[in-house]
Ligand binder design. Structure first.
Ligand SMILES: [Cu+2]
Length: 311
């Protein structure tokens, strides 16, 4: 029968699409960034993202079943009750049982979705005891970071210019590019020069220790920005004159990328976020190096004045 053939075809298509979307894809050896031909989310680097991914996958099954059910009902009505197949229509207007079922069933489904959803929201929103606190400020169009517990260590993170990737770049640009890579390498004490990515890499990186609770205090100094790292499962607005908080605890060392996620002006797309997650020893060593390296360069003037007044 034609109807059955159509339904089989449709369910095959929907199910195969779902089957592709459900697994958490391993992104090869590269953590924390989108990869070519990726389907679904980036691999989860925190417990928050792990819960978010499995909640998403569960919901996908629910909405697929509902869609198939509604589609089947539509098909059934179109084929079984068209004018040719059913020339004398029924005059029925009410069916108490049916009406009770189609009210109660959606309520049960919504409550079933709502409970894990609210549980996840609270898990994200409840900030645990923080091991590291960092203040993040959004600007048009870059991010700046302050480590209040590290003698006012503060620096800006500005996107590396796209011309670094031009195939016909001049010797000057190449020299700048090499210097930028060299700075990242020496700040992080990497054995090899890091690979850099156009529109994603910044001149400095936010550095945090692995397996520790990191709390970010977010604000902005001009318009609303949003600080987001997909593989951490965090995305929060940075609002001028307000303080927002988020937390994450990353399980694996590596480089993780994100971008400003609130339309904030013409260069909104050009204020990426790079987080380097390192071991506790590397973190302490970085703090010592960064303290000296960034001290004069970018300590906010208010901190410099306060420090000078205390001397
Ligand atoms: Cu922004």
């Amino acid at each position: 029968m034609l109807f059955q053939k159509i339904m089989t075809a449709v369910s095959t298509v929907v199910l195969s699409v779902t089957a592709f979307a459900v697994p958490v894809f391993a992104a090869g050896d590269r953590l924390g960034m989108a990869v070519e031909k990726q389907l679904g989310f980036q691999p989860a680097a925190t417990e928050i993202m792990e819960h978010t991914t499995s909640f998403h996958n569960g919901l996908l099954i629910v909405i697929t079943l509902i869609t198939l059910f509604v589609f089947a009902l539509l098909g059934w009505i179109i084929l079984r009750y068209n004018r040719k197949a059913n020339p004398v229509p029924s005059k029925t207007t009410h069916n108490v049982l049916l009406e009770v079922v189609w009210t109660i069933l959606p309520i049960i489904i919504l409550v079933g979705i709502g409970i894990p959803s609210i549980r996840l929201l609270y898990f994200q929103d409840t900030i645990p005891e923080a091991d590291v606190v960092i203040k993040v400020t959004g600007h048009q169009w870059y991010w700046s970071y302050e480590y209040p517990d590290a003698n006012g260590l503060a620096f800006d993170a500005i996107m590396l210019p796209s011309e670094y990737w031009d195939s016909d770049r001049s010797a000057d640009v190449q020299a700048d590019r090499d210097a930028a890579i060299g700075d990242i390498q020496s700040m992080l004490a990497l054995a090899e020069a890091p690979e850099i990515f156009r529109l994603l890499d910044t001149d400095t990186r936010l550095v945090v220790p692995v397996n520790q609770n990191v709390k970010l205090i977010l604000t902005a100094d001009d318009v609303i920005h949003a600080w987001a790292i997909p593989s951490f499962g965090v995305k929060l607005d940075a609002v001028p004159g307000r303080i927002n908080e988020l937390w994450f605890n990353v399980r694996e060392t590596g480089t993780y990328y994100g971008q400003c996620s609130e339309l904030c002006g013409v260069r909104h797309a050009f204020m990426p976020i790079v987080v380097e997650v390192v071991s506790e020893e590397d973190y302490q060593a970085w703090l010592a190096r960064a303290g000296a390296f960034y001290a004069e360069a970018s300590t906010p003037s208010a901190v410099r004045v306060a420090t000078a007044a205390n001397k």
